[in-house]
Design a protein around this ligand. Structure first.
Ligand SMILES: C[S@@+](CC[C@H](N)C(=O)[O-])C[C@H]1O[C@@H](n2cnc3c(N)ncnc32)[C@H](O)[C@@H]1O
Length: 230
C-alpha cells in the first residue's frame, strides 16, 4: 500500500505473528488495519474512531479494499466499546497519531481484555512511560522513526513481560532507546533541547515551568554530551 507513512509502517512492524487480534483506536482512514488485513498479518482488526467522518471514510476504505471480513469499523470513543463486549481478547491495541494527554485519557479504560499496546504519540512519550511504571507493566519494544521531518518514539507495552521502568531517565528517554543511542536519538533530543531553550527565553523569570524545563535540559545534555564525546 503506497499511502502508508513510514511511521505507520514502523507501527505495523511491531505487530508480531502471535498478535492475531488487533485494535486500532483513532483509526481515521483505517489505512493501518487495511494494510494489516491485506498482508494477512493478523486474523482480525477492530478499527475504531470517535468521530463520524473518519468512521464513514474508514468504512468506505475497508469496503473498497475488499477486507470487510477481517475488519470491523466502530464509531466509539477510546476503549469504551471494549468494555461492552463479552469474550473479547485483543492481543495488541494500537493508539497512534494523538497527543500523550489524549492517549492517557483513553488508557483510563485499560482493561484485562487487552494484552499489549503500541503507542505512537504526537508529543513526548514520557507521561505514557510514567503510566506504564505505575501500572507495573513492561516495555517490550521501543523504536524511533523519522516521518515528515518529525522524529517519533514508538513504544510497545506488554502487560506480562519485558523491561521494567525504574529510573527517571528511562521514563524520559525510554529504557530500550537509552541502551541503543544512535544518530536519530541524538537528533531528536538536540531538537527537543532547542525547543526547550526557545520556551525558556519566552517565559517570565518567576514562571513555575522554568525549574522542570531546566531539569530536563540538564538530563538531555548529560546523555547527548556523553554520546557526542564517545
Ligand atoms: C491524526 S488521526 C491519527 C490516525 C492514525 N491513527 C495515525 O496514527 O496516523 C487521529 C484520529 O484519532 C481520532 N480520535 C481522537 N480522539 C479519539 C478518541 N478519544 N477515541 C477514538 N478516536 C479518537 C480522531 O477522530 C482522528 O481520526
Amino acid at each position: 500500500m503506497k499511502f502508508l507513512t513510514p511511521r505507520l509502517i514502523k507501527i505495523a512492524s511491531l505487530i508480531k505473528d502471535d498478535d492475531e487480534i488487533v485494535a486500532d483506536i483513532g483509526t481515521d482512514h483505517a489505512y493501518l488495519p487495511i494494510y494489516l488485513a491485506k498482508g494477512h498479518k493478523v486474523k482480525f482488526v477492530y478499527a475504531s474512531d470517535i468521530n463520524k467522518n473518519p468512521f464513514k471514510v474508514a468504512k468506505e476504505n475497508v469496503k473498497n479494499f475488499g477486507v470487510s471480513d477481517s475488519i470491523e469499523v466502530i464509531n466509539s470513543p477510546g476503549l469504551s466499546w471494549t468494555l461492552e463486549r463479552d469474550n473479547l481478547i485483543i492481543d495488541c491495541c494500537v493508539i497512534s497519531g494523538m497527543g500523550s494527554t489524549t492517549i492517557l485519557d483513553i488508557l483510563k479504560l485499560d482493561n484485562d481484555k487487552i494484552n499489549s499496546y503500541i503507542i505512537s504519540s504526537n508529543t513526548l512519550v514520557g507521561p505514557i512511560r510514567q503510566w506504564v511504571k505505575e501500572q507495573k507493566y513492561f516495555i517490550e519494544q521501543e523504536v524511533l522513526v523519522e516521518d515528515n521531518n518529525i522524529i517519533y518514539e514508538i513504544i510497545k507495552i506488554n502487560k506480562f513481560a519485558g523491561i521494567k521502568i525504574k529510573k527517571h531517565s528511562q521514563i524520559y528517554f525510554g529504557p530500550i532507546l537509552l541502551k541503543n543511542i544512535d544518530k536519530l536519538f541524538v537528533e531528536k533530543w538536540v531538537k527537543e533541547k532547542e525547543k526547550i531553550n526557545k520556551i525558556l527565553i519566552n517565559l517570565p523569570s518567576r514562571d513555575k515551568k522554568i525549574k522542570p524545563l531546566k531539569k530536563n535540559l540538564k538530563l538531555i545534555n548529560k546523555f547527548i554530551n556523553k554520546e557526542m564525546s564517545e
